[in-house]
Design a protein around this ligand. Sequence first.
Ligand code: NDP
Length: 404
Amino acid sequence: MAKVLIIGAGGVGNVVAQKCAQVQSVFSEILLASRTREKCDAIASTITHPAFSTAQVDADQASEVAALIRDFQPDMVINVALPYQDLPIMDACLETGVHYLDTANYEPLHEAKFEYKWQWDYHDRYKQAGIMAVLGCGFDPGVTGVFTAYAQKHYFDEIHTLDIVDCNAGDHGQPFATNFNPEINIREITQRGRYYEQGRWIETEPLTVHRPIHYPEIGARESYLLYHEELESLVKHFPTLKSARFWMTFSENYINHLRVLENVGLTRIDTIEFEGQQIVPLKFLKAVLPEPSSLGENYEGKTSIGCHIQGIKNGRPRSYYIYNNCDHAATYREIGAQAISYTTGVPAMLGALLVLTGEWQGKGVFNVEQLNPDPFLEKLGEYGLPWHEQFDTVEQYIKSYSLV
Ligand code: NDP
């Protein structure tokens, strides 16, 4: 029986709140807090749980979060606000001695970095305080790290190549919308591509490297090489890796819209003056785009996210694929959310559950791949994200996935 404070009431916050509320034996008291309290109240009105409450908090202010923690006395904070709030929330947890979990790395406001260094710097202080921070416990980062750790633990002596492949074959019927927070999503996609090869990082122009990749039950989809934050931690924690890449599908329509928005300057993250006011063009763009949490209703199709891994076992080469497919309409029927929010929120709830039940233990700051993958994957299907695995010969692998 534990008390949890969830911060952030967007698409992902809704899923975390709904999923925690379904597991009352662990999450006996839940407080959902966000910048706009009405959004918390709207979520609360759809939830049946005997001890579910809401609050307003500006999580850019560590002191406000610490005051809320002192008042509610949670055992753990789940941060599903935006990456800008990671450090103030981590500070508040440190000050009050409460465990912390998030789904995205800290981002400075005016530069797209996607680096863990600021959060890794908290390790010694969390260790001294005897508390645990779990970083990046969504799907990617999150489940992709657990998949990699599971593969290494059970099937390989050494893993050599990792390709994380992320397909959204869904259609929400909007001409242009992002599936999670538009600001963070567009920052991620418009930055330079980067991948790891033979001990060094290689940069590419944004979205210039692409190829069709085959996804189970979906087929071939054009997939673009991007830099994604978990590459940094996975390369660090699996030193036998010689190559690590991240691929994501985009439709031609999406890429065209994005190019136009970029060309006219609307994806800029610096501050400009507009009619006497200081504005950030990307924040303005976010304000006119659909909210990710609003996309669920007519969303059709599936997501498919997994890890292709090659390496050696008993001196012989081996290829392995582990993945989850998730259906937008099914997640909407279950809890009123589209699959991108769902595939992020379920792992966040599950990571918190494992910390609160003692199955994940540690003092300090951890990425998910440093923790035991077994209890996580034992329960992931039960909470809504069944996963599958397959072994291929190297020849099959090359033929099916065109990843080599
Ligand atoms: P949304 O934009 O839908 O929701 C963000 C929420 O955070 C909103 O409720 C917003 O409040 C709140 N918020 C913003 N600033 C503050 C603040 N200063 N204090 C308190 N609350 C604040 O985003 P998503 O739900 O789509 O994404 C949430 C997080 O999940 C993001 O960090 C995103 O990067 C991450 N993510 C991770 C994925 C993964 O697989 N690892 C995949 C998808 C998302 P308001 O309504 O007032 O703006």
